[in-house]
Design a protein around this ligand. Sequence first.
Ligand code: PGA
Length: 261
Amino acid sequence: MEIVIKDNADTASRTAANYIAQLIRRKPNAVLGLATGRTPLPLYRELIRMHQEEGLDFSGVTTFNLDEYVGLSPEHPASYNYFMRTNLFDYVNIPEEQVHLPDGLTSDIPAHCSEYEKKIEKAGGIDLQILGIGSDGHIGFNEPMSSLASRTRIKTLTRDTIKDNACFFSSVEEVPRHVITMGIGTILDSRTCLLLAFGENKAEALAGAVEGPLMAALPASSLQLHPVVKVFCDESAACQCRQTDYYRWVYDNKPQWQQFE
Ligand code: PGA
């Protein structure tokens, strides 16, 4: 796991965007796993800038989002489908047929979930999965105690996550109790995981994920099993990690062929 600590969320997101742009330039038909929430917003803004000002071409890119609320239509302003359109898809050139999100209105959730897994496989698997981390350590919507081998399925949100996400709805009662999410096993199958974490309210979860024991009680700790994880975080999210000096030392001493800025 490589931990890249930057002064603030914008600088960390720019570095993460450069890393993703390198992949897209090297592999124009890359398959990206996408995340929603507050965390990836500066990253998406930078990718849009790179598309508009530097011609970063997304026309060959295929995307799969991590999750969606059960019961919300794509037009609902709090749905992740709406989020992705208004924060990324409307501003870059990914063809619509190459965009995939779980369908919150599906009438057969288990069948839809296994179909979603098949689509990922058919696309050749996910090259790079973007992840945020919940304050309870979830990745995607894999809440604590999710199986480390889980695949795409329905999950019940914890009360804490419902509270954390209530700001996207007019009241806490409106937040759906259920979601469809890629599983931890699905996430671990991607070739690279890129985890973003900003702000002090992520510090405990991030330290546990990176330096704590591997356990279902902290789903993000499952990333310790993955061979290629890049964590881009700010100083406040890293403030409970014990090995920050070492992470900075590693970053400052990367061989040139491994560097990204
Ligand atoms: P946030 O959510 O980016 O809105 O903090 C992160 C997550 O729940 O994965």
